[in-house]
Write a protein of this length. Structure first.
Length: 218
């Protein structure tokens, strides 16, 4: 039976969360909104539309949403040529592929941003498929991104593990019925990840790789 190792990307395999915090903060500032950086950080991992709604609330001027998202996209795009992969991200994916796992990405990124993230990871030869924001109607914490990743892998939920760095990832994985592994490199506390559904938590891809034999990905 196919086993799927499903990975979030931002903050899990590529060290981008704080770049997102800064560029979202600036996009909100340009639109006249003062949104604290700590609040932006906690919202990273949501899709763009959901992030704006989460931070500005239902009584916001929704006509501004597209302009704020476009500003963030333009600001973040300045970093596309130098996004840093997290330590041992590619070796982890290659090891899992070698161990017989089907490696799939599940991310709210799409288009040029997703291409830049995949270049940063530099392990395309072992990534079987990607479930991107373009492929689903609802992003995390809805289960649809993880469920679509499982469809692409041809794997049932009971033989899959989802690795992510945010509470949105853990909630999505739990709702999809898969085992969840958290990493701390996105900046979210261990207790929050565990409360949201993480079965195990590691510092980063390097620690997960070093601990594979004792992990849910054994």
């Amino acid at each position: 039976m196919t086993r799927a190792a499903v990975f979030d990307v931002d903050g899990t395999l590529v060290d981008t969360n704080h770049l997102h915090v800064t560029t979202w903060w600036e996009a909100f500032r340009q639109a006249g909104h003062r949104v604290p950086m700590h609040a932006v950080h906690r919202a990273v991992g949501l899709g763009s539309d959901d992030l704006v709604a989460h931070l500005l609330g239902d009584d916001r001027d929704q006509d501004e949403d597209a302009r704020i998202s476009a500003a963030h996209k333009a600001l973040y795009g300045q970093y596309f040529d130098r996004l840093p992969a997290l330590r041992d991200a590619a070796p982890l994916l290659r090891r899992l592929h070698g161990d017989g796992w089907t490696v799939v990405l599940a991310t709210s990124a799409s288009g040029a941003e997703l291409s830049a993230l995949r270049r940063a990871i530099d392990a395309d030869e072992v990534i079987a498929a990607t479930a991107s924001a373009d492929d689903v109607e609802q992003g995390k914490p809805a289960p649809e991104p993880v469920e679509h990743a499982l469809e692409l892998a041809g794997a049932p939920a009971e033989t899959a593990v989802f690795v992510g760095d945010t509470v949105w990832d853990m909630r999505a994985g739990r709702r999809a019925g898969v085992r969840c592994v958290g990493v701390l490199c996105g900046g979210i506390p261990r207790a929050d990840l565990v409360e949201a559904g993480a079965e195990a938590v590691y510092a980063d891809p390097a620690e997960l790789l070093a601990s594979l034999k004792d992990s849910p990905l054994a």
